[in-house]
Design a binder for this molecule. Sequence first.
Ligand code: FAD
Length: 412
Amino acid sequence: MSTSPEYDVIVVGARCAGAASAMLLARQGHRVLMIDHARFPSDVRLSTHLLWHSGVDLLAKWGVLDALRATGCPELTRFKLDMGELVLRGAPPDTRVGAAMAPRRIVLDQVLIDAARDAGAELREGVMLEDVLQEGGRVVGIQGRLDDGSPFEARARIVVGADGTHSRVARCVAAESYHTFPKEAGAFNTFSYFSGIALDGVEFYSRPERMVYAWETHDGQAVIGIIQPGHAPRVGRDEIEQDFMGQMTAMVPDLAQRLRAARREADWVTVGVGTGCRQASGPGWALVGDAGVTVDPITAAGITNALRDADLLAELVHEGLSGQRPLDAALADYGPRRDATAVPLHLFAQEMAKLSPPTEEVIGLFVALAGNQSQIDRYFGLFGQTVTPSAFFDPANVEAILKAAQPAAMAN
Ligand SMILES: Cc1cc2nc3c(=O)[nH]c(=O)nc-3n(C[C@H](O)[C@H](O)[C@H](O)COP(=O)(O)OP(=O)(O)OC[C@H]3O[C@@H](n4cnc5c(N)ncnc54)[C@H](O)[C@@H]3O)c2cc1C
């Protein structure tokens, strides 16, 4: 026999996707429970933290950006893509705040959790979800265990899985997967944190089969890494430093020199990830953040994606819970609307992650971009998520870039 649920929404996972969803739904007056097996504040090691412009804009829209600024997180406003002979400098257009940020996750996730709790959401830490409760083919709650092994059970009208790429909620509801790629098809990332290094804004270096990146995070530290194809040979743990500095010296001697004068503040992280999309929702459940769409880290889009999808999901769940339309009808819109934005970004990242040599066409496009500041800014907007891949690579836009370059080339 079903009992009436004590919550409207249970959110499993209380980091960027989960805490943002919980905050937005609690602000609409819904009774929200967040659970997580972690205890907060809690860090995430597998992240380089970059939150692009559209993500920062969402924090501003939600009124939580000032709380993040108050933690001393620098705003990143200058972007450089060095391709060897060609260097592009610019920044994404059409943004509200006009900056990216790279907050440590122990800070960003906590800012969102605090905002969710301020809005009335309840947080239960140290709770491991084991299964969802189902009645008549519908998810009606969760069951799991507390740290001490005792059972935990709670019911809600909807369960939101914000429990990351290995989502247990997704497994429990048998969510279908699509556009999946094994980690060997993606990029392999090696990075650490450094202090005492001056950066020229956000630095990207595109080199044969490699991408090098560097940006500032909290505490005067920089996240600096090398991305290589997932199939590239790996070195042993005790050779990482030597290999990293050797590659850096060969590819970007200036950054290597700055690194030699800097101090490494943490262990090396080396990681590759499998990626893909999962069915976004079903009766009484939905997935958000990496649980729903995991994107290759090469475009550093995961957190921005998580915030955007949380915003969309919360809007639709609110429509359902407030009786504007049936909950299932509202949820049915979530997948197509999420995927209209997320799938092109995922496939774009996956293509970049191959780190294949650029085609003649791509080289021609980059050469044509030189000196065309508004289009360079639009290119950076692909990453800042203020310009879509379909808009930038639209044949009419590509033609406009090539055409604008012709008079300049003739004048030279
Ligand atoms: C190497 C690397 C670098 C990256 N760099 C960037 C970057 O620079 N910028 C960017 O935007 N993205 C980056 N990402 C991606 C980004 O880290 C993810 O997109 C982001 O963490 C997704 O957030 P989330 O809230 O969906 O899930 P997560 O951050 O994974 O949080 C999931 C939460 O669910 C909880 N949980 C899981 N299972 C259970 C369970 N059974 N019961 C209870 N709780 C549970 C976990 O404890 C965790 O707190 C990177 C990823 C990698 C691997």
